[in-house]
Write a protein that binds this ligand. Structure first.
Ligand code: UDP
Ligand code: MG
Length: 326
């Protein structure tokens, strides 16, 4: 791993790419214009996450125009977070910027992010989108996400927090020490602590293509964060089990009192039995499911599979860690 003193690159921009052919050219042009005016030197690391459109051939073409444009093409579609991981592991800059490839964040915002990082002395600067998400389902899942975030970090995370962010080498190197297979950078970066600052940046409506995240994909991400980063699910099942036990005990005592004190007959009827049976069985199944999801995660971590495999690299040398594996 390179150290800040050795790195010649000042700003590295990490961008996961999944079917973003319509925005790549404009994004690159605008990035180069911004970066060349605000930094001594820069690199743009595109991580092609198994795109099915012409993104890769476009990236190959763009990479021939400048050695600062680097391309890592993964062997298949691994998902946004493993793709980001590949980019981070190859970032050599003093500062690293993370952004999406769809031009919803204006690349010119890097100037504001960098200035804030330098002036505030923070280790990481997050962007806050200044316009709210329009789609109801997106708002719903983002609200669910925020609930989880605040549980993890025990502080109020601003609503509308964006992917667009910048951090220093110290933060990056600390982040690279997290080796979990099921890595999620959103919650992780907050979980890590360090000093942070926020800047408000414009967030544009999507101009090209459509979001690669569907409602179910987003929901999965929220559930994944909930299970991976909090103890809410299994605590909830414990409390539910307790409440059920307590309620049934209370009911038993009531029935017994009625029988002994008031002489009323014991309740009969299969409906009641069925209801109680369903309730208890349901809660047992729920708890089993929760345990199962943890067991599944433990299994995945035990396998220690590589988080991504690189199929093609352009203008990117292998990292010392990768070289050790060859
Ligand atoms: N992305 C990726 N792999 C995926 C899905 C998305 O690398 O399987 C990238 C995508 O190219 C983009 C970023 O993740 O740069 C965010 O995706 P998108 O813009 O579709 O999500 P949204 O902005 O709607 O949350
Ligand atoms: Mg986007």
């Amino acid at each position: 791993m390179k150290h800040a003193t050795q790195s010649k690159v000042e700003v590295s921009v990490v961008i996961p790419v999944y079917n973003n052919s319509s925005s790549l050219e404009e994004l690159t042009m605008r990035l180069i214009a911004t970066l060349s005016s605000i930094s001594r030197s820069y690199e743009i690391i595109y991580v092609n996450d198994g795109s099915r459109d012409s993104s890769l051939s476009l990236l190959r073409k763009l990479a021939t125009t400048s050695p600062a444009i680097k391309v890592l093409s993964l062997s298949k579609n691994y998902g946004q977070h493993p793709a980001i991981c590949a980019g981070f592991e190859h970032s050599t800059g003093e500062y690293t910027v993370l952004m999406d490839a769809d031009l919803q964040d204006a690349p010119e915002g890097i100037e504001t992010l960098l200035a804030k990082l330098k002036s505030s002395g923070a280790d990481i600067v997050y962007s806050v989108k200044n316009s709210a998400e329009k789609k109801f389902t997106s708002r719903l899942t983002s609200a669910a996400y925020h609930f989880i975030f605040s549980k993890i970090v025990n502080t109020k995370v601003p609503l509308n927090i964006g992917t667009f962010r910048i951090f220093n080498r110290k933060f990056l190197e600390a982040m690279l020490r997290f080796e979990e297979s099921n890595i999620l950078y959103g919650p992780l970066m907050f979980y890590m602590g360090f000093t942070s600052a926020y800047v408000e940046l414009p967030f544009l409506e999507r101009q090209h293509g459509k979001s690669s995240y569907t409602f179910t994909k987003r929901l999965k991400l929220a559930v994944n964060s909930l299970v991976s980063y909090t103890d809410i699910p299994h605590k909830a099942s414990i409390w539910f089990g307790f409440s059920l036990l307590f309620a049934s005990l209370l009911y038993g005592v009531l029935v017994l009192l009625q029988y002994l004190v008031f002489g009323s007959s014991l309740p009969s009827g299969s409906t009641l039995i069925l209801l109680v049976l369903c309730l208890t069985l349901g809660s047992v199944m729920l708890s089993l499911g929760i345990i199962g999801s943890y067991v599944f995660r433990v299994y995945q971590e035990v396998l220690r599979r590589p988080r991504y495999l690189v199929q093609e690299r352009i203008n990117v040398p292998t990292t010392p860690a990768e070289a050790a594996h060859v």
